[in-house]
Write a protein that binds this ligand. Structure first.
Ligand code: HEC
Length: 145
């Protein structure tokens, strides 16, 4: 039974990833995904702060899904540096997911890891490939798409 449950949940993860890692191709889809990123990261930080780790993991799952889509997008654009950032993000999310699944969650460590995830991945890519600001609007740096 346990074996079956493990298999079933592994399959669920596979199917989930397959269904959820949609393609992002247009600028509009990309902006949508970024807005979802901002919401998910905000939700995750808030949940970690208030010790509701199951909720934090739900936001983390959204981020993972988004990063899978980003991986495809930047691979298509042949921007290896962006792909490296995205892959690093996925590795960081896996590590944070483990921290959040522990029997006793190290809240400080989780907070630090979430912050690092934001700086090292969201922040790093924005520095390389994003232009603009909240007032005038954000866009891709010239030549990316
Ligand atoms: C691999 C590159 C990359 C990563 C990783 C990345 N972004 Fe972005 N982001 C961009 C680019 C390029 C833009 C500009 C295009 C746009 O605005 O859609 C952008 C735009 C945005 C915007 C503005 C959206 C709009 O157009 O109004 C927000 C908000 C945002 N990102 C949040 C995040 C957050 C939060 C994360 C991390 C969880 C993140 N991004 C990770 C590249 C990235």
């Amino acid at each position: 039974m346990r074996q079956f449950l493990l298999c079933a949940s592994a399959l669920g993860v596979l199917l989930g990833a397959g269904v959820l890692a949609q393609n992002v191709t247009t600028v509009e889809e990309y902006a949508q995904l970024m807005k979802a990123n901002a919401q998910a990261v905000g939700g995750m930080n808030k949940a970690i702060g208030s010790g509701t780790y199951a909720d934090a993991r739900m936001s983390l799952a959204t981020l993972r899904k988004n990063y899978m889509a980003l991986q495809g997008f930047w691979t298509d654009k042949k921007r290896d540096d962006a792909v490296v950032i995205v892959k690093d993000g996925l590795t960081r999310l896996d590590a944070l997911d483990k921290t959040l699944s522990a029997a006793t969650v190290d809240q400080m460590a989780a907070q630090a890891a979430a912050k690092e995830f934001g700086g090292a991945t969201c922040g790093a890519c924005h520095k390389l490939y994003r232009e603009g600001d909240a007032q005038s609007g954000f866009k891709f740096k010239a030549g990316v798409i």
